[in-house]
Design a protein around this ligand. Structure first.
Ligand code: MP6
Length: 462
């Protein structure tokens, strides 16, 4: 495996024909990033490709030149590296390091929110990266989870410098200009005075730390305007149960006045930030040599939502009288011989009874309810009480039992993995997301058994 300097030396005077181009990795505002393999040595790169005509038409030549200037300055393991550039008659090509694990965002989305160890490690790497970047007098200005990539060893690789700014010596503010970052992560000073400063990146860091822990960003609204309103007022709330050191650090960063933010030059810079209690056990000097922790969900304590009352109109545990285990036996589905979806007379009879008796029938597309009951569906710190309905589709629908509206479906897949944590809590691991469910009536085992039986049944029928 060539190291960075070997890769840099070996890549002098490249041209398009030297590479095999594969999948598109991502689309930037004025570019496409494509996986490319050097035919001479098999080395993989992320090739950023820009259309000259488009750049000129959109008056982005300065933007491209600035990005190249910034990328050429940055030589650090926590950033994507620019190895070479070349052009042909109509395109520009930037050869950059390929971050094998891609963006951190899908991993966060899958687990809902990171556990504290994971949050701490990745936040520390971002802090280390910003410390380096600011020493080069560069402000990123659009730091967000989508721009945080992970390399093959699961270390951070920060990317996307198209909107970065290089400050003049002696100034810590950049001249006001029209750029505003991505709504949820943009700092108040960028919205009010259009002046970005080093502390603007610290604001984004605070938002990312919040999102790693909660599973959603601190400032969000139905549209950008609502989001900006909350940001300029510093209007956000820390969910109950947030780990105290994280809450304290967020509160010390998400401060409207940039000079007051922990990590700001006026507050002593990155030293005091790295010394915050939250980073107490971080060994800063060897961070990049450490093995990153596994990406795991943060499972807020069971009592976080003890005020979740059983909704009116539901019997104690919200269990419908169409209890799946009875129906499963009734349809002979408990044994392995009968076909799953046979339109048997007893199924039709049960379906008729279900349609006249069960309030959940309208959500089930004419499928038979095998089990239905109230569950708390958790994602990070958000918790929604839903009526979970397992049918012989098989499908897993979930309904808002108050509004009586179908809210969605846990995508059925033969690759679904069921995990029972305790008699109330179980997980449904699907390829893109893990569903964290709590059954207040303590029937986690019944849910897991039913769903696994249906998976087996479906596999045997297909
Ligand atoms: C990405 N930018 O490897 C990526 C990258 C890789 C994957 C997914 C998204 C990637 C880069 C990159 C350099 N190396 C990479 N996405 C960015 C955020 C956007 C959406 C703007 C293209 C960017 C260099 C920077 C100068 C533009 C990936 C890897 N495996 N599977 C997916």
């Amino acid at each position: 495996m060539a190291d960075d300097n070997q890769k840099a030396k070996a890549d002098v005077g490249k041209k398009k024909e030297d590479f095999e181009f594969a999948k598109i990795l991502g689309e930037g505002s004025y570019s496409t990033v494509v996986l490319a393999k050097d035919k001479s040595n098999g080395q993989k790169y992320a090739m950023k490709i820009l259309e000259k005509k488009h750049i000129i038409k959109e008056k982005k030549v300065a933007y491209v030149n600035r990005e190249k200037e910034v990328l050429s300055k940055i030589k650090h393991p926590l950033f994507v590296r620019l190895y070479f550039t070349f052009q042909d008659s109509d395109k520009l090509y930037f050869g950059l390091s390929f971050a094998e694990r891609g963006e951190i965002t899908p991993y966060l989305r899958k687990v809902g929110c990171f556990d504290e160890t994971c949050t701490k490690f990745y936040t520390a790497e971002i802090v280390e990266a910003l410390d380096y970047l600011h020493q080069l007098r560069i402000i990123h200005r659009d730091l967000k989870p989508e721009n945080i990539l992970l390399n093959e060893q699961w270390h951070v690789q920060i990317t996307d410098f198209g909107t970065a700014k290089v400050l003049e010596p002696g100034s810590s503010q950049c001249r006001a200009d029209s750029f505003v970052g991505t709504a949820e992560y943009v700092s108040p000073e960028l919205l009010t005075s259009k002046n970005a400063c080093y502390a603007s990146d610290l604001w984004a860091l605070g938002c990312i730390l919040f999102q790693f822990t909660a599973g959603f960003p601190p400032f969000h609204g139905a549209n950008e305007y609502q989001c900006f309103q909350k940001i300029t007022k510093g209007e956000y709330s820390i969910p109950d149960g947030f780990p105290a050191p994280i809450a304290d650090l967020i509160e010390k960063i998400l401060i409207l006045e940039p000079t007051e933010r922990l990590g700001a030059e006026e507050k002593g810079g990155f030293g005091p930030l790295k010394q915050h209690d939250f980073f107490e056990d971080i060994k800063w000097d060897t961070l990049m040599e450490q093995k990153p922790p596994p990406i795991k969900a943060y499972l807020p304590g069971q009592d976080l939502h003890s005020d979740m009352n059983v909704l009116d109109g539901m019997d104690a545990d919200g269990q419908d009288d169409f209890d799946g285990s009875l129906l499963l036996a009734g349809l002979g589905l408990a044994d392995q011989s009968k076909p799953l979806a046979s339109q048997s007379d007893d199924r039709k009879a049960l379906l008729a009874k279900q349609e006249s008796n069960s309030p959940w029938s309208p959500f089930c597309n004419g499928e038979l309810i095998l089990k239905a009951g109230l569950v708390d569906k958790r994602k990070g710190f958000s918790c929604k009480r839903r009526q979970l309905i397992c049918t012989d589709g098989p499908h897993l629908y979930y309904v808002d039992p108050v509004a009586m509206v179908l809210k969605g479906e846990i995508p059925w897949s033969e690759h679904m993995q069921l995990e029972m944590k305790n008699f109330k809590t179980f997980f449904i691991h699907t390829p893109n997301r893990t569903y964290f469910l709590e059954d207040p009536s303590g029937e986690a085992q019944q849910w897991v058994t039913l769903i696994e039986n249906l998976q087996k049944k479906k596999k045997s029928v297909n």
